[in-house]
Design a protein around this ligand. Structure first.
Ligand SMILES: [Zn+2]
Length: 186
């Protein structure tokens, strides 16, 4: 799933009840699993690698896969939730729960780029038949499912978010998503 989708879905799901108001920890938790991928992309750009090489070769080298596995670890997120529950830190719980949700949202939508979600217990990867982007693996349906989830979550958030910048951001992300989907699959 695309990183902004995680933020919108996780805010809609987590920013209420006991975790209401933990907006920033939820946002950070929704980005954290992908943080290493942004670092990787920055590094690859600095090295002058072409896009094709970045996503088809460099991305799959064992070193980077090992680093990505840490950020995408379900056991690590669970340990985080346990630790912050014990420490009575709602912000920490929100952050770890948001990371865990990120992993669960990625599980059904990654094929070739599936993460090692069970690091360090196992290097097993769940290879979903559906990808959120790869046309060879029902990318049109995967992207549509992601778009639909984001739209529904955005309606939920729209009613909750009062600030102008919050609503503008929601509008912007959804406009880019609908435009992007239209361009690729319309
Ligand atoms: Zn992800």
């Amino acid at each position: 799933m695309n990183t902004p989708s995680h933020s919108i879905l996780n805010l809609a799901i987590l920013d209420r009840g006991q975790l209401k108001g933990c907006t920033w920890p939820i946002i950070v938790g929704s980005w954290l699993p992908d943080a290493a991928i942004f670092v990787f992309y920055g590094w690859a750009k600095v090295m002058g690698l072409p896009e094709q090489v970045i996503w088809n070769e460099a991305y799959y080298t064992p070193v980077w896969q090992g680093i990505f596995a840490i950020g995408n670890s379900i056991p690590l997120a669970l340990v985080g939730i346990g630790w912050f529950l014990w420490a009575k830190s709602p912000g920490g719980v929100a952050l770890s729960a948001s990371a865990l949700l990120h992993h669960l949202e990625d599980l059904p939508l990654h094929h070739e780029d599936a993460h090692q979600h069970f690091w360090p217990l196992s290097d097993y990867r769940f290879i979903s038949p559906v990808s959120y982007w790869d046309a060879d693996h029902h990318g049109n349906y995967g992207a549509l499912a992601e778009l639909a989830l984001v739209l529904v979550a955005s309606v939920v958030l729209w009613r909750r978010v009062r600030s102008r910048w919050g609503r503008s951001l929601l509008l912007l992300v959804n406009t880019v998503y609908v435009g992007g989907y239209w361009q690729f699959y319309g």
